[in-house]
Design a protein around this ligand. Sequence first.
Ligand code: UDP
Length: 320
Amino acid sequence: MKLLVTGGAGYVGSVCAARLVESGHEVVVLDDLSTGHSDAVPDGVRLIAENIDDAIGSVLAEGFDGVLHFAAKSLVGESQQDPAKYWQGNVVTSLRLLDAMREHGTPRLVFSSTAAVYGEPDGSPIVETAPTRPTNTYGATKLAIDHAITGYATSHGLAAVSLRYFNVAGAYGRFGERHTTETHLIPIVLQVASGKREKVAVYGDDYPTEDGTCVRDYIHVADLADAHLKALAHTSGGTHRIYNLGNGLGFSVRQVIDACREVTGHAIPADVAPRRSGDPAVLVASSEKARTELGWKPERVDLAGIVRDAWEFTQSREEV
Ligand code: UDP
């Protein structure tokens, strides 16, 4: 297929673009490089480094079999401080994309949604039919886009899949996490191991979990990419399917830090700090639906293995 990957110079987008190319698809990346990196775009892929709102119409006019839409603003804290940036950058841009797809007859869409649409869950693991009550603007914008996609699928025949990611981690060869503002646990802990940060702050150790720290479902970015390939093959006109993607296992903040110590051989000092506002105690996905309907299964579920891939990527960047 000829596929447009928005946000293909970012972390998840670049890994997916690489896997799509490996699977024989023709890939074009559209990315404004506001947070992405041009050298993260896989070899042989055309990069259109333009603002999506401005360029999407003329790009889709070329004719594409589908779009994988990764481009988004994705910092929870920033979304609370500057909601307009998120409603504009996520919702308005996605509506422009949907309209341009309709205008140019682009049949398929795979959209990067998030576990943040669920907010504080009633139970664990979280299934797709759980109530959606986002507790931050980031999650609210992704949920609004999911609703818009449902409308375009039902009324205009779009074949769409939304994938709700839990905690994406790890790296795939030379493609990995390179955020200027780093807020995610694993890269932060690895920054301590590589001497860029003195210690880790553990945000709360009085949660109702086994060791008192928050439990999250860390999914390897390559497993996540494989789910996109399966999703693309399972799209069907007029239907919007939604799947959670996690590895189904929960790991606490302390377990993550221990895995990083084991992999890096670094002591990694960690201090308990106050809770971060809006952090649910436990977020673990049920990916049963993706397993049953897409035939997808996460293969890289071992936490140390996920951390090892991220660490190798971090070290390779230091040599650049
Ligand atoms: N966390 C932490 N210290 C940090 C960064 C994160 O204790 O410096 C915790 C955070 O409170 C959450 C977990 O690690 O419980 C995962 O956070 P992250 O920001 O990676 O992902 P989130 O689950 O918020 O999407």
